[in-house]
Design a protein around this ligand. Structure first.
Ligand SMILES: *Cc1c(COP(=O)(O)O)cnc(C)c1O
Length: 384
């Protein structure tokens, strides 16, 4: 099946067996426990909802299919999903991360797992050979976001994964910004894909959720064990919400990209806009890699105004349709100021080091009418 068909049908198959109800929408199974006729045999494979729940399982099956993976696991947030990946490691292990990783990921690495003896290095790399100087004999994981947040850098996933694999190192890709509609890291050689499903996959700003997808059976066994042993599972209701969101994922992603292209075109003609970061722009430094590994550039873009911090803030606060808010990848357009919002937890000197300036603005383009979004940006620009 093709992507849009899988998004709607995989995991959502109606139960047409004798006694099945034929629901075309997966029921929300709220039961925490499952009764048995035989003491030593769960009735339909379910024992207790932390270890397995039919609604969550439907979502996990669907998510695995979207990423061309085999096994998926749903968690109560993107960070809970990442925590389960980090728990694959042990004291003394080293993780190499791309430098402008999501602020919450960096916080989880250094301020939580750092205290448990994991070592972290943050570096700027694009190709596999560029990771070599940063590897130690204890490096177990390379952590990539592509596009990155908020500078929309592109990392050559196939090249990094190939170099890592040759050294027995796992490649993890946070695919939140591209969504599986535009990029499938497992097809590019990555071992683990993680998602904040709060963003594009859920898409409606009404559910915090995380997901992990793998192909390798051995990894899946350990992850399933950890999901149950640690317990940060996604609830049945939230699993239903995400499954519902996924049904329109392909339509939404197309529109996000279409609108982003129109806004980028508009911004590129504004004298008050100094710089635009968008992987769908042919002037993006890694446009060729983006074209090779993505089928579209999605709806995330950043830009710098040719002004100071105070007027950048004034611009943001003058917007009427576009909401100033954290989060991204949802139907409504959201705009934010990384230095004071999403990336405020990164020390100022580290922000400067990775090129994250105080006038940088990140825009998550929604699926409203692009003309209205452009009119809103126009009136806010006029005020500065
Ligand atoms: C939001 C986000 C996360 C964290 O996910 P939560 O669902 O908020 O826990 C991780 N990575 C990226 C790229 C994100 O945008």
């Amino acid at each position: 099946m093709k992507f849009a068909t899988k998004a709607i049908h995989t995991g959502n198959e109606p139960n047409l067996k004798e006694g099945g109800s034929g629901d075309v929408v997966v029921p929300i199974h709220l039961s925490t426990t499952f009764a048995r006729a035989k003491v030593d045999r769960p009735t339909a494979g379910y024992e207790y909802s932390r270890s397995g729940n039919p609604t969550r399982e439907a979502l996990e099956k669907n998510l695995a299919a979207l990423e061309n993976g085999k096994y998926a696991f749903a968690f109560s947030s993107g960070l809970a999903a990442m925590t389960n990946i980090l728990l694959l490691l042990k004291q003394g292990d080293h993780l190499l991360s791309i430098d402008d990783v999501y602020g919450g990921s960096r916080r989880l690495f250094t301020k939580v797992f750092g205290d448990f003896g994991l070592e972290f290095t943050f570096a700027d790399f694009c190709q596999g050979k560029e990771i070599l100087p940063h590897l130690t004999k204890n490096t177990k994981v390379i952590w990539i976001e592509s596009p990155t947040n908020p500078l929309l850098k592109i990392i050559d996933i196939a090249s990094v994964a190939e170099t890592a694999r040759a050294k027995g190192i796992l490649t993890v890709v946070d695919n939140t910004f591209a969504s599986p509609y535009f990029q499938k890291p497992l097809d590019l050689g990555a071992d683990i894909v993680i998602h904040s499903m709060t963003k594009y996959i859920g898409g409606h700003s009404d559910c915090v959720a995380g997901g992990v997808v793998v192909r390798d059976e051995q990894l899946s066994v350990r992850l399933k064990f950890l999901q149950n042993a640690v317990g940060a599972i996604l609830s049945p209701f939230d699993s239903y919400q995400i499954l519902k969101g996924i049904k329109t994922l392909s339509l939404r992603m197309k529109r996000h990209e279409e609108n982003a292209l129109k806004i980028v075109d508009f911004l590129s003609r504004q004298p008050k806009v100094k710089k635009i970061y968008y992987p769908g722009l042919s002037t993006h430094p890694n446009y060729d890699i983006a074209k090779k590994q993505m089928t579209g550039a999605s709806g995330m873009l950043s830009f710098e105004l040719d002004t100071d911090l105070a007027l950048s803030v004034k611009f943001l606060e003058s917007l009427k349709i576009i909401a100033v808010a954290e989060s991204l990848g949802v139907v409504e357009s959201l705009i934010e100021h990384p230095a004071s919002m999403t990336h405020a937890s990164i020390p100022a000197e580290d922000r400067a080091k990775i090129g994250l300036s105080d006038t940088l603005i990140r825009l998550s383009v929604g699926i409203e009418d692009a003309d209205d979004l452009i009119a809103d940006i126009t009136q806010a620009l006029e005020g500065i």
